[in-house]
Design a protein around this ligand. Structure first.
Ligand code: ARG
Length: 593
């Protein structure tokens, strides 16, 4: 959208310089710190090509723009040409484009014709979705929407951790204790039931090598397709999925594929055979490994495990088989793995082996890592100091994602009841859910993903500052103005040329920047870029609307019906863009708060 503003300027300058407009257009940059302008054109390169001094060219181009009638003031500051648009000129270029569909502010065709496979959330079954799972789930969810907004075809994959040694241990415990399906079904929470079984089973095995062996044997039986093992595995999986769906429902997250680790169980043999045939494997204490260092990849200190000594296969082998499968099915242009930074080595290793195998997709794989989630712990339990802790509070218990979301909704309900007592019950419930959950989600997305995230209910739920509720409130405020305008049935036609205020221009510029921020977010796999751009838009909106408190003339709905109708064009565009931006990040956009 910014190019709606820059294109006419670039065309005018290019005509003067006698070059293609694109050569000028790609030079535009934000003005140097402290310069009060909307945009800058550094003249170094253009000057060099023309063998003139950059400041001289900047001054020459300033003259060209002054005579152009484009509604842009140009000043040469040394080698920079600084541009300041007239508000009405910005409005005239942007608002017609946004009038039909305000969501267009957050659309791009950059990814047209390309396919993304995105692996995210991917929890392990028979365990709860803990609070920290929100990171992969919501970074992945927002990336999948951002890519789609940038024109990509998106395949969302939940690579369930439904395989591995954990099941051997669970089955071992289950049979040892003689548990029954009826007992599992009678449990208030089936995942908690399984979780406790797992803990008991591992604790029992600690001092007992026979039990350790039993777990390993069950794990092997499961891999070999033993009927009893399979049946129990299916029971554990069904119980877990039921609970996961509840949480995904609260978060509004969906997937196109649920092919988990188990699905690849019989699809690893060809990959293993190929690795062997190509001479890439070796045997290390009975296990099959890829010695990456021996194949010229000196950065890898240890070999990558493919198959255990007892024949059981491993995580990396499954990831390779799954990548082949995704490639065959989707021919993806990019495959993302939204997984915490703690697993970086795993991804480096198997990406490297995909390269050794000369997979055509090897350069298309990206590990989208993220930092840890820290929770403020003010009721420390045994052995815990007050302070930031890794998703554990209240007596060292792991915080469940569902419980955190429920508490956030409860707290939001109380805040909303106080701020807006007029809302009726059902609507208040809906808004409390959108605000409470949105607060938790936004807290996770607003900072660069590789940073650690700190979470505190009080901070996340603030209505001011860098929060989800702050964005939602700006949206709701704009909705409320539109409702009042409809009641007053203004009738007059809007005219962008009447938007002459500086604070209106700032809203327009924030809108114009969204598209390039969307493209940046996609290229860097970084939802925070869009989160920050929305905060900038909300703060411009809020400055504009607040000006009306002190100054009747500045109000959207003022005495002049034509002016009101013109300002409503901007209200609609900003409301639409904020609503769409919230949706792309995975937050609801309530119309009242
Ligand atoms: N289930 C794994 C875990 O909980 C994450 C899987 C990530 N995806 C992948 N393709 N390896 O740690």
């Amino acid at each position: 959208m910014l190019d709606l503003l820059t294109a006419p300027v670039a065309a005018c300058l290019a005509a003067h310089l006698g070059c293609p407009p694109d050569q000028v257009a790609r030079l535009f940059a934000p003005p140097k710190g402290g310069v009060a302008a909307d945009l800058a054109l550094p003249c170094f390169q253009l000057a060099k090509e023309r063998k003139v001094a950059p400041p001289a060219l900047a001054a020459e181009l300033a003259g060209v723009l002054a005579a152009s009638g484009l509604g842009v003031a140009a000043a040469a500051t040394g080698p920079f040409l600084n541009l300041t648009f007239q508000p009405a000129a910005v409005a005239a270029l942007l608002l017609p484009a946004l009038a039909a569909d305000p969501a267009r502010a957050l659309r791009s065709g950059a990814g047209a014709g390309r396919t993304l496979c995105i692996d995210f959330s991917s929890p392990n079954i028979a365990k709860h979705l803990a609070f920290h799972h929100i990171r992969s789930t919501m970074i992945g969810n927002s990336l999948s929407r951002l890519y789609a907004a940038a024109g990509w075809k998106v395949v969302r994959i939940n690579f369930l951790g439904d395989w591995g040694t954990a099941f051997g241990r669970l089955i071992s415990g289950w049979t040892r204790e003689g548990l029954t399906l009826a007992q599992l079904e009678a449990a208030e929470d089936r995942v908690t039931f399984l979780n406790e079984l797992y803990v008991r089973s591992s604790q029992a095995a600690k001092g007992d090598p026979a039990l350790e062996d039993d777990a390993r044997r069950w794990s092997k039986k499961l891999e070999d397709g033993d009927a009893q093992a399979r049946e129990l595995w299916q029971i554990f999986k069904d119980a877990s999925l039921k609970e996961f769906e509840r949480v995904y429902g609260l978060l509004g997250v969906g997937f196109d594929s649920w092919k988990g680790e188990a699905y690849y169980e019989d699809k690893m043999a060809p990959v293993l055979a190929e690795l062997e045939a190509k001479g890439l494997t070796s045997i290390d204490q009975g296990a099959t490994v890829v010695d990456l260092a021996a194949h010229g990849l000196k950065d890898f200190k240890k070999p990558m495990l493919l198959r255990r000594a007892d024949g059981g296969t491993l995580y990396a082998t499954r990831d390779l088989a799954a990548a082949d499968d995704r490639w065959n099915e989707h021919h993806f242009d990019r495959a993302l793995y939204v997984v915490d930074l703690g697993q970086s080595l795993h991804f480096k290793e198997w990406f490297a082996s995909a390269r050794l195998l000369a997979r055509p997709y090897a350069e298309r794989l990206r590990h989208v890592g993220f930092g840890v989630l820290l929770v403020w712990n003010d009721e420390p339990g045994e052995g815990l100091e007050p302070g930031w802790a890794k998703g554990r509070t209240r007596k060292g218990k792991v915080m469940l994602l569902r419980e955190v979301l429920e508490e956030a909704v409860e707290r939001a309900r109380a805040i909303i009841a106080e701020k807006n007592p007029g809302l009726d019950g059902a609507e208040r419930e809906r808004i409390a859910a959108q605000v409470g959950i949105g607060a938790v989600v936004f807290n996770d997305l607003k900072n660069g993903r590789t940073n650690d995230v700190k979470f505190r209910f009080e901070e996340a739920l603030r209505f001011d500052g860098e929060t989800g509720p702050y964005l939602q409130y700006a949206h709701a405020r704009l909705c409320s103005i539109e409702r009042k305008a409809a009641e007053a049935a203004a009738g007059a036609a809007g005219d962008p040329a009447r938007l002459a205020r500086e604070d209106e221009k700032q809203v327009l510029l924030a809108l114009a920047r969204l598209q390039s921020q969307l493209e940046r977010a996609v290229e860097a796999d970084e939802p925070s870029v869009v989160a920050q751009a929305l905060l900038a838009l909300a703060s411009a909106v809020s400055a504009w609307l607040t000006a009306g408190n002190a100054d009747q003339e500045a109000r959207v709905l003022c005495a002049d019906a034509g002016l009101s109708a013109s300002r409503l064009l901007l209200v609609r565009a900003a409301r639409g863009a904020l609503g769409e931006g919230l949706r792309l990040l995975g937050l609801g956009a309530p119309e009242r708060m």
